[in-house]
Design a protein around this ligand. Structure first.
Ligand SMILES: Cc1ncc(COP(=O)(O)O)c(C=O)c1O
Length: 369
């Protein structure tokens, strides 16, 4: 049995007609850039995320950048960000001219450790960017407390955690302004690139709207130097359709995760995800850890099972950041995660037989070798 890392077919089959109709409507009305679908989706997503405003943009990286720019983060500022995040979080900070300050995650949840945030604060610190990695909410009570105490701004990177929550409050609704991605493989994914900025602050939302569209709210009048970082009308139409299924798809992900937990718990040599008691986990990814990661990945590949490493090289060891002068060993927990993590197949519509097959192959590798 071949089991890909991700399979869109079962998610998309039941909405194919609706998606095609939505495309046809955009095609017939020649509505391609921004437009009524974007406005409609922004209202729906703001409502879903329990925030007052949502601003659709071109992708998650641009969403983070616009969020930071809206807060006027600039050269000379420092922004604290987890060292084990996807590089987009760090790039967005670099785009503004500010300095990303990397801090280690907690070894159990893989989310940023609030104690390390505290230790990284300097007179130049302007903001904290918590990243809800793999679908699990960061410890937002502690992070917001630190932000308040030290007068720092908060920008949540919610790219991997649509619908997740901490203490029953949705991720992406804590910070001053927050960003998310609708990259196709995300829990809510477009059929191309897409992203969104959300905030409760009308002024910040208006600034984000200006920045995404050439600094302009009236065509050919440019109030500020802006960017072309708009969400397409077609993608917004698709996202509205998919948003209606997000809760159910997240539930399916949680059920798959429960099966993985039940079926893999007997294997001593792997570490399963640990959930913080106040966090909800929407399992964008199901990440296990093992010292034999590379051999296990090869073994599974030979059995037709797709896996991915999130992420094999952490930002501080990327060539892009060689000028920062980091060395191997500077972020030991982050490096341990990079060397031992493996994400198993996880997608709504995955059958119990497919979950069993993945688990049996993992067991074969560890128990029968
Ligand atoms: C944590 C995180 N932040 C930001 C991004 C950037 O999103 P995009 O690929 O839409 O630019 C991603 C995903 O790719 C991500 O996983």
């Amino acid at each position: 049995m071949k089991i890909p890392f991700i399979n869109f077919n079962r998610m998309h089959q039941s909405i194919k007609k609706e998606i095609m109709n939505s495309f046809e409507q955009a095609f017939d009305t020649n509505a391609f850039i921004l437009g009524s679908n974007v406005e409609k989706f922004e209202k729906e997503y703001a409502n879903f995320n329990q925030t007052n405003h949502a601003v659709g943009v071109s992708n998650g990286l641009d969403a983070l950048f616009i969020a930071l720019k809206s807060l006027d983060i600039k050269e000379g500022d420092e922004v604290i960000v987890p060292a084990n995040t996807y590089i987009a979080s760090v790039f967005a900070i670099s785009y503004t001219g500010a300095t990303p300050i990397l801090v280690e995650p907690a070894i159990d949840t893989y989310n940023v450790n609030p104690e390390n945030i505290l230790k990284a604060i300097t007179p130049k610190t302007k903001a904290i960017m918590p990243v809800h990695l793999y679908g699990q909410a960061c410890e937002m009570d502690k992070i917001m407390e630190i932000a308040e105490k030290y007068n720092l701004l908060v920008i949540e990177d919610n790219a991997q955690a649509h619908g997740s929550s901490y203490d029953d409050k949705l991720t992406g609704s804590f910070g001053n302004i927050n960003a998310t991605s609708f990259y196709p493989g995300k829990n809510l994914g477009a059929m191309g690139d897409g992203g969104c900025v959300v905030t409760n602050d009308l002024q910040l939302a208006e600034k984000a709207k200006l920045l995404r569209n050439y600094g302009s709210s009236v065509k050919y009048y440019n109030q500020t130097i802006g960017y072309n970082m708009r969400l397409d009308n077609i993608q917004a139409g698709f996202l509205s359709i998919k948003l209606k299924h997000l809760k159910d798809w997240n539930l399916q992900r949680q059920k798959i995760a429960q099966s993985y937990h039940n079926l893999l718990s007997e294997i001593q040599e792997i570490t399963l995800p640990v959930i913080h008691p106040k966090s909800a986990h929407v399992y964008h990814l199901f990440v296990i850890r093992t010292e034999k990661r590379d051999e296990l990945q090869k073994f599974l590949e030979n059995k037709g099972i797709g896996t991915i490493i999130h992420y094999p090289i952490p930002p501080h060891l990327q060539e892009a950041y060689k000028d920062f002068g980091f060395q191997k060993g500077d972020f030991p927990i982050t490096e341990l995660l990079a060397n031992t993590s493996l994400s198993l197949p996880m997608w709504p519509g995955m059958s119990h037989d497919e979950i069993l097959e993945v688990c049996n192959c993992v067991k074969d590798f560890f128990l029968k070798k």
